[in-house]
Design a protein around this ligand. Structure first.
Ligand code: C2E
Ligand code: MG
Ligand code: MG
Ligand code: MG
Length: 290
């Protein structure tokens, strides 16, 4: 009977895979059409200093509303965009949109505001990447030193030599580098030091694990300590509760993004949210703006 069961589950598995592949191909075509017809858009999730809840920046996040008017989660369509190579063009467009918004916010007077943009392996290793980054900065006039590119640990693992070279060029523009979802990959500490990154982002999963005030022995605490000994910045993602915020601050982590502070929002909502937030670094509002 065990054998019959095995065979049954095996054929079920292959059938399922067929559906899966068809679904992926369908999604790839739909994604390309959405990109061409401008049905993709970028939302911005504020990042704050938890001590004062002062906004310090935002992360640009891609959104896709399909023909049926439903949002397709990025965790579903980003892998397809990566696999199909679509991520190169889509990613460049996200980067330009984010640079444009960064420039706009600086013009409004938020002169210390930072913008973080996710960059996939396929984009990063593309021969035109540095040129398209430079073009985005020049054409939008965005301040390079307030742009942060988020890369993942696995990218550091694949080809560290290539990565180190590319990062050196990026650094020459003044652009900052953070490691996204830190702690979920397996980058070696020696790589991490050689990459000369500016910031570690504690993955949401580790923030979610913080359930008691001490947080002793937690991965989040270890990452904060690591960032301190490497003398690089650290930010927590997915902060949802006051307890998580207080615990992270007790470790010495002061930057965060998460639903406790703000959800990802459209550029207009972000501007409105910033305008009503107390204590942000609004130096001056140029006169004559609407
Ligand atoms: P990520 O870069 O780690 O982004 C953080 C994710 O956590 C976002 O999900 C954000 O909406 C979510 N999040 C933030 N705060 C909270 C919270 O308090 N609670 C909960 N439950 N979730 C929170 P999102 O927007 O669905 O993006 C998922 C992933 O898709 C991103 O993870 C990133 O890896 C990828 N992604 C999104 N946009 C882009 C893009 O433009 N380019 C590339 N290459 N990847 C992108
Ligand atoms: Mg990210
Ligand atoms: Mg992340
Ligand atoms: Mg994440």
């Amino acid at each position: 009977r065990a054998k019959a069961h095995q065979r049954a589950s095996h054929s079920y598995f292959t059938l399922d895979m067929g559906v899966e592949i068809r679904e992926r191909v369908r999604m790839m075509h739909a994604l390309r059409a959405a990109f061409e017809n401008e049905r993709l858009f970028v939302v911005y999730q504020p990042q704050v200093d938890m001590r004062t809840t002062t906004p310090v920046g935002a992360e640009a996040l891609l959104r896709w509303k399909n023909e049926e008017g439903q949002f397709v989660p990025p965790d579903q369509f980003i892998p397809i965009a990566e696999y199909s190579g679509l991520i190169v063009d889509i990613g460049e467009w996200v980067l330009r949109s984010a640079c444009f918004e960064l420039q706009h916010l600086h013009q409004l007077g938020y002169t210390d505001f930072k913008m973080a943009v996710n960059v996939s392996q396929a984009q990063f290793s593309h021969p035109q990447f540095l040129q398209s980054l430079e073009r985005a900065l020049v054409e939008t006039k965005a301040p390079a030193n307030c742009l942060e590119l988020e890369i993942t640990e696995s990218m550091a693992m694949n080809d560290p030599e290539m990565l180190i070279k590319t990062l050196l060029h990026i650094k020459q523009f003044g652009v900052q580098i953070s490691i996204d979802d830190f702690g979920t990959g397996f980058s070696s500490l020696s790589h991490l030091q050689r990459l000369n990154v500016d910031k570690l982002k504690i993955d949401r999963a580790f923030v979610n694990e913080i359930n008691d005030k001490s947080g002793e022995g937690s991965i989040a605490k270890m990452i904060v300590q690591l960032s301190q000994s490497l003398n690089i910045k650290v930010i927590a993602e997915g902060v949802e509760t006051k307890l998580q915020a207080d615990t992270l601050m007790s470790f010495g982590c002061h930057l965060a993004q998460g639903y406790l502070y703000a959800r990802p929002q459209t550029q207009l909502d972000l501007r409105a949210w910033l305008a009503q937030e107390p204590g942000q670094d609004l130096i001056h509002l140029p006169r004559g703006l609407p």
